[in-house]
Write a new protein. Structure first.
Length: 578
């Protein structure tokens, strides 16, 4: 028997958490045809002896809404074994949208997701208005991996309500009826559900709360009922977990979901110190799931498996001095000139003696969190010792934290980066994260690929799972079977994509062939490959021998091939018929 692709002799990790075993995986017509002992040959064969063979990874939380239009490669995600990316998260995106509202959505995406406005203006054709038309535009493109999309709440609200939506006025009965109709239309066209946010730090570039911020229960319910009218889907939600009063809003979403009969996945962050609000959220999840009475959880908390944080640097969107007037005088200089100026004693003294302005990105409040700020080396250490923080280093060197940060930014001729661990780093470690990622009601996510181009590079988390959590962490490690399950079948199940995420006959042939011993995550780098020459953070890894989408090899040993088999996933997918 001849197959399109035959992977021989690999250690198969099935995606369900079963014990790995040595065998072959045969692929025909984009699907897995046989697993285990396979007789026959392949038009293309890969010798995977000594290597892992896993399902392709599924990332539930990305923002490739723009990049999926202007690029045929969804990096960094596809460089880290991701073969399915879900976009439209946090309730922000580019459709539905009338021509008159383009500037509004650009303002939202520039503020919330750190995508430069010129990139969106230059990179997007804006030849759609409705959400189905946007999906058609995505479907028309060629790309390396599959994408799926949520209907984003903020564009929907602006489309229906115009300036009233931007100003966050309450929706009228007519508004709600139209939102319900358009939500059903979006799901019929292929949306996986809808996404919304109530996060305080989600602000437009002009400093206003996003349109969905004040949406009440009636509005959330109307959209949810529209999703249900079209057959159902997933609600993705970002609560304001940094506030003490997040529970009523989160409970509202849970109650609506229970009444309408839809599942929910929401962002969960672990505070580094203070009251453990995350425990209250998990208690709410447990209660909601008990009341649902279903086999699997209807509510899942979505957690990131390393610190939620920022990357700061002289080439990036933020650093401890970006709001200092004296620093701003030189900030636009080419890097070499910028560094030369900062190394002048008089410039150093002037900047260090200056005071910050009150403007800037909302996340820049953390740009001087000295005890949670660390030099980011190569390989990057995402669970650093508290003794390596800028605050601790400053104390050890007998200087101020501001001086220590200033000098570290000049390392590597100004290419140095600092990691700020905003959350998930409770008591200076990832021990709490280790407890949570083993829970059935917690799912991995929040890679944020396609966004935060100048301050976050978290889409590499699958590689981090397989290196830090499986191989390198001194304690609390996961087995490779557990880690792969959390990267594949678990998020696929939450998304309603039952056709992928495991290695078994009939499932989609999205696969990774991995040299586990050689896996190495590199430090992020700055590249200028966005439309209009925009810059972004990118991150690569060693150890991915092959990444395969629908049976086609899209990358070999970290080098992309010409294959672009990725498609738009329209709606939830049933599993193969056994």
């Amino acid at each position: 028997m001849t197959f399109d692709l035959l992977i021989r002799g690999g250690t198969i990790v099935d995606g369900l958490g079963g014990d790995p075993f040595v065998g072959a995986v045969a692929v025909r017509d984009g699907a897995i045809a046989a697993v285990g002992t396979v007789d026959g040959s392949g038009a293309r064969e890969i010798d995977a002896t000594g290597l892992l063979v896993t399902p392709g990874f599924v990332d539930l939380h990305t923002h490739y809404d723009g990049q999926a239009i202007w690029s045929d490669r969804l990096t960094p995600s596809s460089a880290h074994g991701v073969t399915t990316a879900v976009m439209g998260n946090c309730g922000v995106g580019f459709a539905p949208c009338r021509a008159a509202d383009h500037d509004v959505l650009v303002d939202v995406m520039a503020g919330v997701e750190d995508i430069p406005g010129v990139v969106m203006v230059d990179g997007l054709p804006w030849h759609w208005e409705t959400f189905p038309e946007f999906l058609d535009a995505v479907a028309a493109g060629r790309r390396d991996i599959d994408v799926a999309a949520f209907l984003p709440h903020s564009p929907l609200r602006v489309y229906v309500m115009g300036q009233r939506g931007v100003d966050r006025e309450p929706a009228t009965a007519e508004d709600l009826a139209m939102m319900r109709k358009l939500a059903a239309e979006a799901v019929h066209a292929g949306a996986l559900g809808f996404a919304s946010s109530r996060f305080t730090l989600h602000k437009t570039e002009s400093g206003r709360p996003i349109p969905s911020f004040d949406a009440d229960r009636a509005e959330i319910e109307a959209i949810a009922r529209g999703v249900d009218d079209a057959g159902g889907g997933l609600i993705q939600f970002v609560p304001d977990l940094v506030a003490g009063d997040y529970e009523p809003v989160l409970q509202t979403v849970f109650d609506v979901a229970a009444e309408v009969g839809l599942p929910v996945t929401f962002t969960l962050a672990i505070g580094n110190a203070g009251d453990p609000f995350f425990l209250d959220a998990l208690t709410m999840v447990e209660k909601a799931n008990r009341n649902a009475g279903t086999d699997g959880p209807m509510i899942t908390a979505q957690i990131f498996p390393r610190p939620i944080g920022l990357v700061l640097g002289l080439e990036l969107s933020g650093n401890p001095f970006v709001t200092y007037p004296s620093y701003r005088e030189i900030a636009a200089l080419p890097l070499a000139e910028h560094v030369a100026e900062m190394r002048k004693p008089e410039v150093r003294q002037r900047i260090l003696a200056d005071k910050p302005e009150s403007d800037g990105h909302p996340l820049m409040f953390a740009a001087q969190a000295w005890n949670y700020m660390f030099p980011l080396g190569d390989p990057p250490n995402y669970e650093p010792s508290p003794s390596d923080s800028i605050g601790a280093r400053a104390q050890a060197h007998g200087v101020s934290p501001l001086e220590e940060a200033y000098d570290r930014l000049l390392d590597e001729d100004g290419h140095a980066m600092l990691l700020v661990t905003l959350a998930n780093f409770r008591d200076g470690s990832l021990d709490t994260v280790a407890e949570l990622i083993r829970r059935d009601d917690v799912v991995l996510g929040l890679g944020d690929g396609g966004a935060h181009y100048g301050m976050i590079c978290d889409a590499s988390f699958p590689t981090y799972m397989l290196t830090h959590w499986v191989r390198d962490r001194p304690s609390g490690r996961l087995s490779v079977a557990e880690a792969v399950r959390e990267l594949t079948s678990t998020p696929a199940g939450v998304a309603g994509l039952a056709d992928r995420g495991r290695i078994a006959p009939g499932y989609k042939a999205d696969l990774n062939v991995i040299d586990a011993a050689a896996l190495r995550l590199h430090k992020p780098v700055v590249v200028s490959d966005l439309p209009a020459g925009g810059r972004r953070l990118d991150q690569t890894a060693d150890g991915y021998v092959a990444t395969i989408v629908a049976g086609e090899v899209i990358a070999e040993n970290g080098v992309p091939t010409a294959a672009r088999p990725g498609t738009l996933i329209r709606g939830r997918r049933p599993g193969p018929v056994s």
